[in-house]
Write a protein that binds this ligand. Structure first.
Ligand code: M7G
Length: 376
């Protein structure tokens, strides 16, 4: 049975964020200054889960302008205005510490709501253990592909964009060619205010490319077109140097319709980690060298605790249990030497015991291939 991950019947429900009731905090990221919350909108439904994500906005350089308004350049909101409320914490010698509250239009918080949210969304926004899987082409066919065919997030929002039903006014560039065309528009994650942390998505018009894994040499014209046309459009619209842009695919993506992520390299956008991102330039180069590269390559990717695919991999490989075996052996090392504790090793000499420990952490050659797929 397909796992119900998102109800495609739901068409943009309306809700009042201020009426959100918190059930629990899923994640509080102090570095990103973002918090993900699980709760409900009880006035709509007591049972449907909602996820609300708040993220403090990055500074815009104009926010700290001290220029006075003139006829040519009317005043923009700035921290340094009469509206700034200042509370002094302390002043010690040449050092001062304050809490300041700027004018209302500088206090915005980027908010994302997913409603109704599924278990899969809750898993995506929660902190949990992560594991690295090394996916061979066989493992992709036998394990990952059947899973994503049965259980994946709805692509309704992607089709809404491609069919010009939603976010039409946000489109930055479109090439309508059915084979090599795509739509370029702001990602949900971008606050839309600050070019410093610009985050755009290039979504291909072709419907049959789920992810990086499906790419082959025949897609090179599409990929090259995305690279060039997106750079040109971004340079024209935002004045950014195309050589300062990071363009990449996620593997595994959350949404299985090919899309490229684009943001400036000087900004550490969420999800740029090496275990998840594949640069568009590298992908093009790999396909130029070997048109079936992604049919043959082993691709690492990360699975989160709670994801059913992790359970499926656990049945085939040693994923979680490697850590369990290692910590078990460490515990044994730390246990006081009493008769019962050494019972398991009672007829081994110390060298033999050491070998057993090493074997727990380093599988013997027969097991090596299976274990090598996973790394806890
Ligand atoms: P991904 O690599 O499939 O998943 O990227 P992940 O990065 O979330 O792990 C999908 C991208 O689409 C993400 O960067 C999302 O922020 C973005 N995105 C998701 N939704 C539902 C929307 C949407 O409705 N509109 C837009 N513009 N972007 C979205």
């Amino acid at each position: 049975m397909p796992e119900q991950v998102e109800n495609s019947e739901v068409k943009s429900p309306t809700y009042d964020i201020s009426k959100f009731r918190l059930k629990r905090i899923l994640n509080n990221n102090i570095v990103r200054k973002s918090i993900s919350l699980l709760g409900t909108f009880p006035y709509i439904s007591e049972t449907d889960d909602a996820i609300v994500v708040f993220e403090k906005n990055a500074y815009q350089e104009s926010d700290v302008s001290t220029e006075t308004a003139s006829k040519e350049s009317p005043a923009k909101p700035s921290y340094f205005s009469a509206e700034l409320k200042v509370e002094t914490e302390f002043i010690n010698n040449i050092y001062g510490s304050f809490q300041v509250v700027p004018s209302l239009n500088l206090c915005g918080v980027k908010s994302t709501v997913i409603y109704p949210a599924t278990d899969k969304h809750i898993e995506k926004y929660s902190i949990c253990q992560k594991y690295l899987i090394r996916e061979t082409p066989d493992l992709y066919e036998s394990t990952t592909l059947p899973y994503i065919n049965l259980s994946q997030f709805s692509l309704e929002w992607v089709y809404n964009i491609l069919e010009h039903k939603k976010e039409t006014e946000r489109i930055v560039f479109e090439d309508r060619d059915p084979e090599t065309g795509f739509i370029l528009l702001p990602d949900l994650k971008w606050d839309g205010r600050n070019v410093e942390n610009l985050y755009l998505l290039g979504i291909v018009h072709k419907h049959d490319i789920k992810s990086l894994r499906d790419l082959n040499g025949s897609h090179l014209p599409l990929l090259r077109n995305m690279r060039q046309s997106a750079k040109d459009a971004i340079s024209k619209r935002y004045g950014l140097n195309p050589n300062q842009l990071r363009m990449y695919f996620h593997y595994q993506p959350s949404f299985y319709h090919l899309h490229v992520h684009i943001n400036p390299i000087r900004n550490d956008a969420p999800g740029i980690w090496c275990e998840k991102s594949h640069m568009l330039d590298t992908v093009i180069s790999n396909l130029e060298l070997l048109p079936d590269y992604y049919k043959r390559v082993t691709l690492p990717f990360v699975l989160y605790e709670g994801n059913k695919l992790l359970d499926l991999y656990e049945e085939k490989l040693t994923v979680r249990s490697v850590a369990a075996a290692i910590s078990e052996s460490k515990e044994r090392e730390e246990e006081p030497v009493v008769e019962s504790a050494i019972e398991g090793f009672s007829d081994d000499d110390p060298e033999e015991r050491e070998c057993k420990r090493i074997r727990l952490a380093t599988p013997d050659p027969k097991e090596a291939e299976a274990t090598a797929q996973a790394c806890a």
